[in-house]
Design a protein around this ligand. Structure first.
Ligand code: ATP
Ligand code: MG
Length: 450
């Protein structure tokens, strides 16, 4: 290992990020790829936090690296993810087979089993973090991307499925997305294993009759996992897939009742949806309810969020059986959508920007800024270079570019009188005022609103 690292020659040429893996940068840093800035991310995270709290979901974090077996057993061997998208390697120290997580659900279920977390009953959890898939990078598709992952664990009823979907409507509304116009809901039922087996037999017979039309991927999956053929993105196969036997024809009364119960809640809540019989999802562990929120504004990367019920996964991973439902939301895609639509997002600008004159006594300036911050005012201070702060003119330029609503002018004259000048930057009608430094607690509030 150490020899391999030493083989990397010393060099001073700059290094770039790994292809398909992106930096999330502060607002105002110019970048060619137009990916959302960190201010947009933080706003998304704050919004998620509020919506999750309102629904009784608690946050949790699990490792980014997991045993490879977790995903092979959890996601399924014949899925795109396990077949060709995982970053897997053998640990050089002890030979363990490890993988960078390609999704978050399997790790959460592993953690729940390991800590016997459902001992006291159901648990609702959410997590945000990076996931890794070796795909061809393009807009809305990356090799490292981030998911919001939400799981209702130990919950069997269709009421929880509906609640989860309605919670997403709440999230869209909090982010300013319009249902119907910007995002819409597609829904399906995958039934229970026995129903899927009957459907699977019908599918195999159907695709065998049309084997000459299948591509290589589909031929391989015909016997390992024929349901996956329905998920194929190959345009040449779409006609064949369209006419294939539908799972709906094999659903039993209980499965149909579960779907009907979900729909009844959505209908009562006035949420529009479309039953899409071809919606199967790319992971093996789903049963009963599956759903996706899709958009027409992101080209072919149109799914912003997908989820479903996975009542068999706990058992499959060696735990006590426990019903569960959850979803994964692609944060980059969602933020790209918000950006693309030009939706209003809250400003990340500070309330005020301190412009500091040559020779101004720093202790008084910093004590004033500290008092302002204690009163809840956000203040950005001009950072001095080796020649001081630069001229007032250049400082005002920066104050303007920062988006702050006020400039706090700490000129040597003002400070000598124990004052600071407050210059409104965004309102032509408002005049400059002066305030006493000693009374800062009394006037700090003015900077928050005006
Ligand atoms: P797709 O059909 O677009 O490949 P998927 O079915 O593989 O999506 P999921 O495993 O359901 O996706 O992951 C949940 C969400 O994560 C997706 O709905 C999407 O928003 C996002 N996502 C999936 N793959 C990528 C990727 N490579 N880059 C960015 N976001 C992604
Ligand atoms: Mg995929």
């Amino acid at each position: 290992m150490a020899e391999k690292l030493l083989a990397i020659k010393p060099s001073t040429s700059p290094l770039a990020a790994v292809k398909g893996m992106n930096d999330i940068l502060p607002a105002g840093v110019p970048r060619k790829d137009k990916l959302p800035d960190s201010a947009l991310w933080r706003w998304f995270e704050r919004t998620v936090d509020a919506v999750m709290t309102a629904h009784g979901y608690q946050s949790l974090l699990t490792p980014v690296v997991e045993p490879t077996a977790l995903f092979v057993r959890g996601i399924g061997e014949a899925t795109d993810i396990v077949e060709k998208e995982m970053y897997s390697w053998t640990d050089a120290m002890n030979g363990d087979a490890l993988t960078l997580r390609p999704e978050i659900t399997a790790g959460i279920v592993r953690a729940m089993i390991e800590h016997n977390a459902l001992y006291n009953g159901p648990l609702r959890v959410w997590s945000i973090g990076p996931v890794f898939r070796h795909e061809r990078p393009q807009k809305g598709r990356y090799r490292q991307f981030h998911q919001l992952d939400v799981e209702a664990l130990g919950c069997a009823g269709p009421d929880v499925d509906a609640e989860l979907i309605l919670m997403l409507r709440r999230l869209w509304q909090a982010l300013g997305l319009q249902i119907g116009q910007h995002v819409r809901l597609e829904l399906n039922s995958l039934g229970q294993p026995a129903e899927r087996a009957a459907h699977r037999a019908a599918l195999v017979a159907y695709f065998e009759r049309h084997a000459e039309q299948l591509d290589d991927d589909s031929k391989r999956r015909l016997h390992s996992n024929p349901l996956r053929i329905l998920d194929s993105k190959n345009p040449a196969l779409q006609g064949l897939i369209e006419a294939a036997p539908k799972l709906a024809e094999h659903l039993g009364a209980e499965s149909r009742a579960h779907l009907d119960a979900v729909c009844a809640v959505l209908d009562a809540a006035g949420l529009d949806y479309r039953i899409n019989p071809r919606l199967v999802r790319g992971l093996d562990y789903y049963n009963l309810t599956v759903f996706e929120w899709v958009t027409d504004h992101l080209g072919s990367q149109g799914t912003v969020c997908g989820g479903g019920r996975y009542d068999g996964l706990f058992e499959q991973l060696g735990g006590k059986p426990a019903p569960a439902i959850g979803f994964g939301l692609g944060i980059e895609r969602l933020l790209l959508l918000i950006q693309e639509l030009g939706l209003p997002v809250p400003s990340a600008a500070p309330d005020a920007y301190a412009v500091i004159g040559e020779g101004a006594p720093l202790p008084r300036v910093l004590a004033t800024l500290d008092a302002l911050r204690a009163a809840g005012v956000s203040v950005l201070m001009q950072a001095a270079g080796k020649d001081g702060w630069g001229g007032m003119k250049s400082q005002f330029k920066r104050a303007d570019a920062s988006g702050a609503r006020h400039a706090l002018v700490f000129g040597a004259d003002e400070l000598a009188r124990g004052e600071v000048a407050i210059k409104p930057l965004r309102r032509a009608d408002a005049a400059q005022t002066t305030r006493a430094l000693a009374d800062v607690a009394q006037w700090a509030g003015e900077l928050l609103h005006a």
